[in-house]
Design a protein around this ligand. Sequence first.
Ligand code: AMP
Length: 420
Amino acid sequence: MSTFQAPKGTYDLTPPRSATFLAVREAISAPLRDSGYGYIETPGFENVELFARGVGESTDIVTKEMYTLTTKGGDQLALRPEGTASVLRAALEANLHKAGNLPVKLWYSGSYYRYERPQAGRYRHFSQVGAEAIGTEDPALDAELIILADQAYRSLGLRQFRILLNSLGDKECRPVYREALQSFLRDLDLDEETRRRIEINPLRVLDDKRADVQKQLTDAPKLRDYLCDACKAYHEEVRALLTAAGVAFEDDEKLVRGLDYYTRTTFEFVHDGLGSQSAVGGGGRYDGLSEMIGGPELPSVGWALGVDRTVLALEAEGVELDLPATTSVYAVPLGEEARRVLFGVVTELRRAGIAADFAFGGRGLKGAMKSANRSGARYTLVAGERDFAEGVVQLKDMESGEQSAVPLAEAAAELAKRLG
Ligand code: AMP
């Protein structure tokens, strides 16, 4: 193993590709910030207990994929595998739900960790932007979140994604369905592990990717037939609001998702250019989660969109984000005196809010001009001893190639004027 190799299942974000990741985080969070969601940041690790209780002891995430550790002080911690449980924990700790302003709408962005089998689009360290609306049961809130995710993807130029929608019922109707499903599944020809899953999380069996399992599931009882009237009406309202907003979705009865806490509305965003790891984001309603982690009853809904897979989706669709050059002016000094003076000009430009960079290290003209080109700067400032003798600097427009001498004292003002 090379000393410079990132750990298995992880990768670094380096320029220039890292700029796309920043732009994706920005694009996903912009519609949230414009819709009353406030920023929240929580630690990268939590007590193991939070995820065991919140995400669910029967999920792959908790049983197989969590990075757990015992601190020197004996605390059992886990690197966060997802955001919802942490955000809800933090909201409860800060009593945000008691400020008389429900729903508490929050957005976040950060790193998540799952010990998974690495493959394209599936990493052990990945990045999500998420949103949670805590403390309110209102189909318009579920619709809002789906509409905002759709808006975010569209603003990035993505088109080949689909929205899958389902309702998982609530604490009234889901247990009835669960039992009916269990007795159906127990009669099937399944392996040991799947049989165990029937007892702890039967809905996940519906999610099994194997063809021989799927064949046996054709006549499985359908959750739709078991939804109580309240759940049915709620789901119809979510669907109607999405339709009215012009957001297309597909009803997907098989959508159960890998976390235990979901109730009623569940949805996933899938992208058709990504192969097997096609889910770019997902979420749903989690009315029981607060009580599961020891809090009061707080019906809530949220989603998390994967930044890594969103970038892969952009690449799959051939979408190039229009990322403006980060540097507007590049200064190339020729000689000691020029270095000091132009460094001063660069500082002045930066303080005036103009993005400027400098050829460090006393490089020759040719190499420095190459860097100027690479920086994407619209203007280059070049100055040597002869220019200073005349009290000027050479200002080159990198687009037109035109070059003119500008009085040194006016260089910053002239650039500010030209750059508008
Ligand atoms: P989940 O919490 O599993 O619903 O994940 C939400 C989103 O996070 C997914 O749709 C993916 O875009 C992303 N995601 C989850 N796990 C991974 C992973 N191991 N590697 C990369 N992205 C992931």
